[in-house]
Design a binder for this molecule. Structure first.
Ligand code: ATP
Length: 337
């Protein structure tokens, strides 16, 4: 099946060929029909520039963008059949919700009865039928973002582009809205591409997550494949693998803090894995567990420990269970470190 979006060696430089920066550098990417793809990475890695190139607001300086199999590199945004949702909602304050949601349909010169019907359906999809005649200012932030989502899907876009749509919402609402967003995407079957710097959001929503660093692709795939097997140190660190111990006989290795087993020196032993003797340097109480920092030789290891019995200065044994160690293909330090 033809992918809905294909980026073919896409690059974008800002500020001239010599002294400029490559915001995006030789990016290859395919977005399959009906899938949810997230572009994930730290601030400045090129996520928004990539999304804006797919939308047509920014022209690539190299490579090609194909939409529905056709070269769309030079196609203006209004001819791309793209739905967009921004962090700032971008609703028209003087219009009712129905008129906001129907805006793109009127722009496509659909008969007014059909505009009303489809706007009504889209509002129903996001659970706001009862508020159809209200103005955006009469709604909460979460409700306004649902209206923006309804407006974007009402036009039945080829691809729905979401630029950090949940980052203005408080933490609890954000988690609720993630579920809502996923439900709407699944119910409509719309192809979605979301920009986020939040790894939890990417893990929860993505069929495919695309991890970017300094404009380049570091790793992409199903979160269930990427999370347990980060390709390199940048991806590992970004996904919360805080430990990079030196394990004799193994290449660059990493392990998650929650997989490290901590015991007092002289206890435990015999388990399959690497053992390090060290000293507790810091303990952070987190309610359900403690984060314990341990120095062992030149290594620092962070452990999630269920109890609160260790204190700085305690001599401890750190077990890195063999089946939890992840060997990195590339142990290079992240760019800019
Ligand atoms: P954030 O999460 O902070 O929004 P991002 O990953 O979306 O970051 P981009 O906004 O795509 O990153 O920016 C990538 C790089 O390109 C950054 O170094 C940024 O400063 C630069 N950049 C983006 N837009 C422009 C512009 N119009 N002119 C000059 N440089 C730009």
């Amino acid at each position: 099946m033809t992918p809905v979006v294909r980026l073919d060696g896409v690059g974008r430089r800002f500020g001239g060929a010599k002294n400029g920066v490559a915001a995006v550098d030789g990016l290859d990417l395919t977005v399959e029909r009906g899938s949810f793809t997230t572009l994930l990475g730290p601030s400045g890695c090129g996520k928004t520039t990539t999304l804006r190139m797919i939308a047509g607001f920014i022209r690539p300086t190299s490579g090609r963008i194909l939409l529905e199999g056709e070269d769309a590199t030079s196609t203006p945004p209004e001819r791309r059949n793209i739905g967009m949702v921004f962090q700032s909602y971008a609703l028209f304050p003087h219009m009712s919700l129905t008129d906001n949601v129907g805006f793109g349909l009127r722009a496509r010169r659909l008969p007014s009865a059909e505009v009303r019907r489809r706007a009504g359906e889209a509002l129903e999809l996001v659970g706001l039928s009862h508020a159809a005649d209200r103005k955006p200012a009469e709604l909460s932030g979460g409700q306004q973002q649902r209206v923006a989502l309804a407006r974007a899907v009402a036009i039945e876009p080829s691809v729905l582009l979401l630029d950090e749509p949940l980052s203005n919402l408080d933490a609890r609402l954000r988690v609720q809205m993630r579920r809502e967003l996923l439900r709407v995407q699944r119910e409509t079957g719309v192809t979605a591409v979301l920009v986020t710097h939040d790894q939890d959001e990417a893990l929860q929503l993505s069929d495919t997550m695309v991890i970017l660093n300094s404009g380049r692709l570091e790793q992409q795939g199903d979160p269930r494949a990427v999370f347990p097997a980060p390709a390199n140190r940048f991806v590992a660190e970004f996904l919360g693998y805080d430990n990079f111990p030196d394990v004799p006989g193994m290449g660059p290795v990493t392990i998650r803090p929650e997989h490290v087993v901590l015991s007092a020196v002289g206890t435990g032993g015999g388990a399959d894995g690497a053992e390090l003797d060290g000293t507790v340097t810091d303990v952070t109480y987190q309610g359900s567990h403690c984060l314990v920092g341990v120095t062992a030789g030149s290594d620092r290891v962070t452990c999630v420990h269920p109890g609160d019995e260790f204190r700085p200065g305690d001599a401890v044994r750190v077990l890195l269970p063999r089946h939890r160690l992840v060997e990195l293909a590339d142990g290079a330090a992240p760019a800019g470190a």
